[in-house]
Design a protein around this ligand. Sequence first.
Ligand code: FES
Ligand code: FES
Length: 154
Amino acid sequence: MASFQLQVNGRQHTVDVDADTPLLWVLRDELKLNGTKYGCGIAQCGACTVHIDGMPIRACCFPIGKLAGKNVTTIEGLSVHDDHPVQLAWQEIDVPQCGYCQTGQIMTAAALLDRNPDPSDECILRAMKGNLCRCGTYPRIKNAIKEAAQTKMS
Ligand code: FES
Ligand code: FES
């Protein structure tokens, strides 16, 4: 076990864990940031998606020992008042069904719009294809991303 410093949602934290501990468990168990979900644990479903330096990554497979100098953003830090354009569009379109996958969907969508403010349908499908939804909310997810893109550009 060792001591690691990490920057999460603009705050510095120190945790004592093994270097190979996945970021997901540091977020959930050490920092009590439970918005990021566990789905598969093998980087196949996207439920655990967070941003590292603005890029979407799978927290279930990212070891804490590789985080030095990087900034982590979770769903709790995406916006101050849950009013990121993607979150607002999600509410407007009423995207979630059971909701379990939606943190990961929102984080991936937000990172997409940061890279590409006006993505085509094809870009959206490509960016989102690693985020699985057992409830089949894919059409609403695509519509909400389009809606968020319009809000961001207006
Ligand atoms: S829990 Fe991380 S990708 Fe499924
Ligand atoms: S809303 Fe239920 S798994 Fe996606």
